[in-house]
Design a protein around this ligand. Structure first.
Ligand code: ARG
Length: 459
């Protein structure tokens, strides 16, 4: 028995075909393949390679094929290597071998697949943007529902300074808004059609790549046919944009998970967006948030896997490139599962605003306010920082809050610490005082909310 010797006679050929086959994932390119075939038929006609009657018959055959693909009457078989091969078979069946056989002139699966993959991704980018907008809407709706709610803002996960809940939620919306911008920027670069590049060197048949590009919704044809067939940075950049989006969603999810713990007690999950335990009857788990966090890892993996596939490939096309599609198809599929669930969970969270308000000043979160108040009284910040720090130490020793220090205690720490300092020793006073652009004061949060919504509406 040997592993390789007889491979051409029997088994190995089947294994070769099994390795090579891609219809189980590239069949979703079928509508784009057919659209490309229509455009290609027209440039063949323009170039005098199809007469009027042939063009009409070809377009009719392509319409029939499209209808059969859509209805499921035409599907790939095990003998079809990829979507392009399958559709070629379908076309030959419908147009006849004589006419059908003319369509392959001047194109290659290399330029076809590069074009169709871009088309699929450009449509997917629009769906991803719509899904991200739904998550932003849920965040904005919660911000609107809680214009005055406060919580302890954190750095290092430790209480830092009080902030508005709306300010915090809108911070997440900002990062998602940039993810949307990134996908829109990406589309500008992705809007070049490789069709007409042929296998790599371009076509000798007088075909017009720009006409195909325009028909397929691209801004232009690629500048360079070798680049057109060999490059996949459009796919990698897309994979990054969606992985970054996944990471940003994961950071929201992580906070919901923490907020939902008994220790935090900031939020209650709606029953529709939580799961139970098969053994512990009391459990209500934040699975939507955990799956969001988990899938972010998967999206990162899809990006790094794709980059690794690309890194050592010489120009132009190599069959390795067939590995380019599944990672990004998967990333999009995962996001499409996530968006409605995450938007649903976020939109139905109940915030325990009393609990959050109670914790907002805890851990001496108003200490910075004391220091900055002293600065406004003319005390150098270095001295003010020391005095506020001593106030924290004094309060901590007595087991009280900063606002409970007596006038005498404050005066003993620094003569400038008069009773007037108490105006900033409240959460509301602290929040209202941070009123520069981007700050947590209600008026500023309202502005940033309105600018965000206006900007999203403008697209
Ligand atoms: N299915 C291939 C891919 O996805 C395209 C076919 C190119 N094959 C070839 N032998 N040149 O990349």
């Amino acid at each position: 028995m040997q592993l390789w010797g007889g491979r051409f006679a029997s088994g190995p050929a089947a294994a070769m075909a099994a390795l090579s086959a891609s219809t189980h994932f590239d069949w979703r390119l079928a509508p784009y393949d057919i659209a490309g075939s229509r455009a290609h038929a027209r440039v063949l006609h323009e170039a005098g390679l199809l007469d009027d009657a042939e063009l009409a018959s070809m377009l009719r055959a392509l319409d029939d094929l499209e209808a059969d693909v859509r209805s499921g009457a035409f599907t790939p078989t095990v003998g079809d290597e990829d979507v392009h091969t399958a559709l070629e078979r379908g076309l030959l069946d419908r147009a006849g071998p004589e006419l059908g056989g003319k369509l392959r002139a001047g194109r290659s699966r290399n330029d076809q697949v590069a074009t169709q993959f871009r088309m699929w991704l450009r449509a997917a980018a629009r769906r991803v943007v719509a899904g991200a907008l739904d998550v932003i809407d849920a965040l904005v709706a919660q911000a609107d529902r809680h214009p005055e709610a406060v919580l302890p803002g954190r750095t290092h996960l430790q209480h830092a300074q009080p902030v508005l809940l709306a300010h915090h939620l809108l911070a997440h919306a900002q990062s998602l808004q940039r993810d949307i911008d990134r996908l829109r920027d990406w589309d500008v670069r992705a809007a070049e059609s490789p069709y007409g590049s042929g296998a790599l060197a371009g076509s000798s048949l007088g075909l017009d790549p720009d006409a195909v590009a325009a028909e397929l919704g691209f801004a232009a044809a690629v500048e360079n046919s070798i680049d057109g067939t060999a490059s996949r940075d459009f796919a990698a950049e897309f994979a990054f944009a969606v992985a970054m989006l996944g990471v940003n969603l994961s950071r929201i999810a992580e906070e919901v998970i923490i907020w939902n713990t008994t220790e935090f007690g900031y939020v209650t999950l709606d029953d529709a967006w939580a799961t139970g335990s098969s053994i512990m009857p009391q459990k209500k788990n934040p699975d939507v948030a955990e799956l969001t966090r988990g899938k972010a890892g998967r999206l990162i993996g899809n990006l790094t896997g794709l980059l690794a596939t690309l890194k050592a490939q010489p120009l132009a096309y190599n069959r390795d490139l067939q590995e380019d599609k599944e990672p990004v198809f998967d990333s999009v599929a995962q996001l499409e599962l996530l968006f409605p669930a995450l938007a649903g969970m976020l939109g139905t969270l109940t915030f325990s605003t009393d609990r959050m308000a109670e914790l907002a000043p805890a851990g001496f979160t108003l200490a910075t306010d004391v220091a900055e108040w002293l600065v406004r009284q003319g005390v150098p910040f270095r001295v003010a920082h020391e005095a506020a720090g001593e106030s924290v130490r004094a309060a901590e020793e007595r087991g009280v809050g900063l606002e409970e220090l007596t006038d005498d205690e404050l005066a003993a720490i620094h003569p400038a610490l008069t009773p007037a300092v108490r105006e900033v020793l409240t959460v509301a006073g602290s929040i209202a005082s941070r009123d520069a652009r981007g700050g947590t004061a209600p008026v500023r949060v309202r502005e940033q909310r309105d600018r965000l919504v206006a900007r999203l509406a403008a697209h």
